[in-house]
Design a binder for this molecule. Sequence first.
Ligand SMILES: [Zn+2]
Length: 268
Amino acid sequence: MATTQPWCGKNFKPRVFEKHPPTLCYDKPAAAQVAKSQYDDMRYKAIMGEMIESVVVPKRSARTWTMQQGDLCRITVCEGSQVGDLNFWNLENTQERFYSGKTRQLHSTHLRVYDRLWSCMPYLRPMATFVFDSLAAYGIDEDGGALHDVIGTRCDDYTYKLITGKDRIGSCHSSLVQAVVNERAMCEADVHDVWNIFMCTGFTRDTHQYFCKPSPARKGDYIEFIADMNLLVALSACPQGDVSIPVGQEVPDAKCHPLKVEIFRKKN
Ligand SMILES: [Zn+2]
């Protein structure tokens, strides 16, 4: 219907756009689809092999570890509900690192078992494959929320200052930076967008704004992934704990917990 707009005079007609059904942009290239039985078998052999390393990431901090191709990593919520942020680098060339944006395009905003974690260009290779999730039944909830997102970034003190005006050091970003500087002689620029495990996130239906919900993860929940190349991995136990308190408000220490990391390797 013609409406009058002050800036374009009488008889303004709102523009009408053609409608099309959505088409999946990257409908699972072959390399993004693993042979499930092969990865189930690799998982079984690794777990039945030996546990070669166990690391506890203390609450509000981050740690690093390495994996050989084929190793399985299990990350467990070992005390109380807690989310974590992961970074991945090729152990032999740390310029090749996790690319959350392309992983999101190739799979989805939230990873599910048998999805893969991809490296940056010009490499664009699978770095790891997600093989087990004790929370898989959560699925996609009534608001579009789901777990284990690759939406991007990580909590950081720069954004905290934008929101609150306050200076602070105490975020997944600052923890990951400290871990790679202290343990691997790397630098802030090596920390990149993350795989955000155990966190429940989504985008609002009406305005497509980023939202989060308290994590449904409880003590004993865990995820597992298998390394598809030799990896350096870093994990932050988020200072937001289970993310039940909005960013900008004080998070009580009792809301924050460690995460346990175990690496399993098959016997030769
Ligand atoms: Zn965080």
